[in-house]
Ligand binder design. Structure first.
Ligand SMILES: *[C@@H]1O[C@H](CO)[C@@H](O)[C@H](O)[C@H]1NC(C)=O
Ligand SMILES: *[C@@H]1O[C@H](CO)[C@@H](O)[C@H](O)[C@H]1NC(C)=O
Ligand SMILES: *[C@@H]1O[C@H](CO)[C@@H](O)[C@H](O)[C@H]1NC(C)=O
Length: 402
């Protein structure tokens, strides 16, 4: 079902008077008319550029939902979001547990079995992990979720299965793959147990091989996220301070940085530094541009970064060069990052997943109304969003870089 909305009839969206937008929308909507897909709302930037005297301003932890649309929905700021959504997008919950942040990071889609792997939060009130308790890695069958959605429509709650893992793997916080058939898990470490990167067999018995757990004999602070560089096959990963902040790691003894690990030689080196708290990492499909999120503002200082930086990747040394800003997110902090085949950048924020064009334009949001820590494409047409206590399945047109 496609609703035809033209600029002059935007008042029909039922905009709340709290921002005093409704009248202004009619006068100032500047985008051309286009079809609004299902489960979507258009918010014209011209409709809120000037808030009325004594308007309701907000802070970074409050949601920006001027159409008062019930989440989850697709919040469109720019018509460049339309080809990403396609004409019949949908977004639904496929697993939920209000008392457990089971769906945090390390989203890895395994096509062979149509399964999604992910880890629980390694800290926080609902993480159920701390200095004395490791966090957990789970899998869920997307085939089962789709079957149930087909039968019942809308939101479903499909069981998740815990993956038994070796004690070398402590506080998993990121992951990617499959890489030569294996999951790559990156782990923050716990207490004196070191942060590490490990290959994990996605099939029982889920045996693993640790690839790296130190920098020339020194421990990392708390390893956070990892991606394989397209073309070279080298692993690039971030190290940051959440283990210390969440009180399960000692005080950091190295800066927050981005490293490269060469799986062929086991050599490790720094490719980017000067961050507050580097976090998510992703590459464009050609491997020439890297994106790194800095979640500094999560430390509680509103003036610290909530920023995604872009870099050129040196074709010989793989050093990250020519750092520039891609985006400063308007809600929460930008956590995990993925890039689609058109070069659009997806990042998990305080309100869901925000999507930026390569030129930094905010195209739209997968507005879950709650933190979206990370996400992953699950071909042919799905984006899986890890929202701590909920796992969302969105059906869209865009596809992730391979
Ligand atoms: C805005 O607030 C100020 C201070 O409370 C008040 O004097 C003024 O009348 C208000 N303006 C409007 C349009 O309500
Ligand atoms: C939610 O998670 C808790 C902690 O693991 C578990 O005890 C409980 O059974 C879960 N609830 C559901 C409905 O899965
Ligand atoms: C798991 O064990 C099998 C059989 O020994 C081995 O071939 C494979 O490389 C192991 N996988 C990992 C990730 O260690």
């Amino acid at each position: 079902m496609v609703k035809r909305i033209v600029a002059t009839s935007l008042g029909l969206l039922g905009l709340p008077t709290v921002f005093g937008y409704a009248d202004r929308l009619g006068e100032r909507a500047s985008n051309p008319p286009f079809d609004i897909p299902p489960q979507s709302a258009f918010v014209d930037p011209a409709s809120f550029a000037v808030l009325p005297e004594n308007g309701s301003f907000r802070n970074a932890n409050q949601l920006f939902n001027p159409t008062n649309t019930t989440p989850p929905f697709f919040q469109i700021f720019n018509k460049g979001f339309l080809p990403i959504l396609g004409s019949s997008p949908s977004i639904n919950v496929i697993a939920a547990n209000a008392s457990f942040a089971f769906a945090h990071e390390a989203p890895i889609y395994v096509p062979e079995t149509d399964e999604l792997f992910f880890c629980s939060n390694d800290g926080g009130a609902l993480g159920m992990s701390d200095l004395n308790h490791n966090n957990k890695v789970f899998k869920i069958s997307l085939a089962d979720a789709e079957k149930e959605m087909g039968a019942n429509g809308g939101n479903v709650n499909v069981p998740i299965t815990e993956i038994p893992l070796s004690d070398d793997i402590q506080m998993t916080n990121g992951g990617t793959g499959p890489f030569n058939g294996n999951l790559i898990l990156i782990n923050s470490g716990r207490g004196s147990l070191p942060p590490s990167i490990a290959l994990v067999n996605p099939k029982p018995p889920h045996n693993s091989t640790t690839l790296l757990n130190n920098y020339y004999g020194r421990q990392f602070a708390s390893l956070n996220d990892v991606k394989v560089h397209p073309g070279s096959g080298k692993l690039f990963f971030t190290d940051t301070f959440y283990g210390f902040i969440n009180q399960f790691r000692p005080a950091p003894l190295v800066p927050g940085q981005v490293y490269r690990f060469d799986p062929d030689t086991a050599a490790v080196r720094v490719v980017a530094t000067d961050f507050n708290k580097p976090n998510g990492i992703a590459f464009t499909g050609d491997g020439l541009t890297a994106y790194v999120s800095d979640t500094g503002a999560a430390g509680g200082e509103a003036t610290d970064p909530a920023t995604i930086y872009a870099f050129d990747v040196d074709e010989t040394t793989h050093a990250f060069k020519n750092r520039r800003v891609l985006a400063y997110v308007d809600t929460g902090i930008p956590d995990g990052i993925q890039v689609d085949t058109e070069g659009n950048v997806y990042t998990g924020c305080g309100d869901g997943v925000n999507v930026f064009a390569p030129d930094g334009t905010l195209l739209g949001k997968f507005f879950t109304g709650m933190v979206g820590a990370n996400m992953v494409f699950a071909p042919p047409n799905r984006l899986m969003i890890l929202a701590e206590t909920k796992l969302f399945l969105a059906k869209i047109a865009a596809k992730g870089v391979v």
